[in-house]
Design a protein around this ligand. Structure first.
Ligand code: PHE
Length: 500
């Protein structure tokens, strides 16, 4: 309903009073249109007042529908100036006129239509000059049009003819016949909506008319918290990991030492990923203070000279490089801390997962930001093989609804073998990369102190990629960062990932 201005409200009140007081002495208002005309009221306003009175049962209203005719613009002009055929007839002087001169005297369309009609009516002679064949004509078309303009009826055949000439068009007229309703009163009392303390104290509640409850009314929209699509998808991934018996790793440190982020993962210090082009280094605090000394020595040893059957990288390992603080470039830094801790606590088989932010010094474009969320799964047990990794990945991805997987050999400094994971995308109709995986190297696990027969399989993927696909977002800046439209966060569908 459109809110009415004060002026409209008083006008509506006036209409209401006229209707109600009329019904006090009359059985019925037969036709709202005629009633409006007789009382100088606007019919449209009267209709809406009747609807409101009807809603409160002050009146009963019965629909009346009538097909009426109204003049088109052309019809209107003929009603005023005469039909074109008569205009043509009248323009012909008694002595006759050449066709050219007649044409000049008249409007182009009037001449064209009128001349043809007048000829059809056999009113004209054309040779040698255009002249009148009859002495007098009656403009029936004009008379009919005037009738219609005055709201009078015409014979069906006449209506048909005018309609064919597009001089009139139909108009559905709607109105009401109105009688007293079950709650009729000569004046409307405003229904009370609340039972207040005052009303109870004064006892006036006895005389009040209360408005009925509207059980269909909707409540106020709630302005609570809203979950970002990334959080919804993350919750679903978390659910899947928990269902598969994984424990969540503590990932609440965005700052990590190069030691845990790279060195512990057997990533050599000259590796290009450790360059400032790829990694954000911290200026304050620039260096990590607490590193486990004896483990650090074993890591240095394996990088420089190898061990446990490995020949290492054969370079001078520098403690200063390991101490450099970075914004972690992957959550695998947390996995390395957890595996080291597991070795210290005494090994038992474990399944770990994490979903949190990582940072890379990358050029920003529509699919890359300098930060994203990484989803990581890690399984450690005795005697695990590549077959176990493939099995776990099939299970994990099938819970996401992804069943067709392919694996491609890849390289990571900390895994061997390593595999990129591809899945067949049914709408894109091609294989797309969905993650990276591998078996952690003995060069990483053995210096930690894990038993020799323990293998660790692990995989990682981004949270943004599936979220963008699921929510149909093709520019990552529409999903994350300062350009995100808040509307997206306030209203987005539930995440159906993993729901079966
Ligand atoms: N850390 C890898 C990456 O950033 C993901 C990964 C995790 C790969 C565990 C293998 C094993 O892409």
């Amino acid at each position: 309903m459109v809110a009415l201005s004060d002026k409209e409200v008083t006008k509506a009140q006036h209409v209401e009073e006229v209707i109600l007081s009329h019904l006090q002495t009359h059985e019925e208002i037969v036709n709202s249109g005629e009633f409006a005309k007789a009382n100088g009221l606007e019919h449209d306003l009267l209709l809406s007042v009747v609807q409101s009175l009807h809603g409160f049962n002050y009146v009963e209203a019965q629909d009346i529908k009538k097909e009426a005719w109204v003049l088109t613009e052309e019809g209107n002009s003929y009603a005023t100036l005469g039909s074109p055929e008569v205009q043509v007839f009248k323009a012909i002087p008694l002595e006759g006129i050449s066709r050219e001169d007649l044409q000049k005297k008249l409007d182009v369309s009037v001449f064209k239509i009128g001349f043809a009609k007048a000829m059809g009516n056999k009113w004209l002679e054309t040779k040698p000059l255009v002249s009148r064949k009859v002495s007098n004509v009656e403009d029936q078309v004009q008379q009919q049009l005037v009738h219609i303009r005055n709201g009078q009826d015409l014979a069906a055949a006449d209506i048909d003819a005018l309609k064919k000439r597009k001089l009139i068009i139909p108009l559905i007229w709607k109105g009401y016949s109105i009688r007293k309703g079950t709650s009729y009163a000569p004046k409307r009392t405003k229904a009370a909506t609340d039972l207040t303390r005052e009303v109870l104290q004064r006892g006036t509640w006895k005389d009040l008319v209360f408005k009925d409850y509207n059980y269909n009314a909707l409540g106020q929209p709630t302005e609570g918290g809203h979950l970002h699509p990334l959080l919804k998808v993350r919750a679903q991934f978390r659910e899947i990991f928990l269902e598969m018996g994984f424990e969540e790793m503590p990932t609440n440190n965005f700052i990590e030492s190069s030691f845990w982020n790279f060195d512990a993962l057997f990533q050599p210090q000259q590796h290009p990923a450790r360059d400032s082009h790829d990694t954000f280094f911290l200026q304050v605090p620039e260096k990590a203070q607490f590193l486990p000394e004896d483990y650090l020595q074993r890591v240095k040893e394996i990088h420089e000279h190898g061990g446990y059957g490995s020949i290492g990288y054969g370079y001078n390992w520098k403690r200063e490089d390991a101490e450099k603080n970075v914004l972690r470039t992957h959550t695998t830094a947390v996995s390395s801390r957890m595996l080291y801790k597991l070795a210290q606590d005494g090994f038992t088989p474990k399944r770990y997962f994490s979903i949190d932010r990582v940072f890379r010094n990358e050029a920003v474009d529509r699919t890359h930001l300098a930060e994203f969320h990484q989803i990581e799964g890690v399984v450690c047990d005795r005697g695990l093989t590549l077959g176990d990794l493939i099995g776990v990945l099939n299970e994990f991805f099938s819970r996401l609804g992804i069943r067709k997987l392919r694996f491609k050999p890849a390289y990571n400094p900390y895994t061997e073998p390593s595999m990129e994971i591809f899945s067949y995308h049914d709408t894109l109709k091609k294989w797309v990369e969905v993650g990276n995986s591998g078996m952690f190297r003995p060069e990483m696990l053995l210096p930690m102190g894990l038993p020799e027969d323990v293998s660790v399989i692990a995989w990682g993927l981004s949270l943004e990629r599936p979220t963008m696909i699921l929510y149909g977002i093709d520019n990552i800046r529409d999903l994350f960062g300062h350009k995100v439209d808040l509307k997206l966060i306030k209203s987005n569908p539930i995440c159906r990932l993993g729901m079966r």
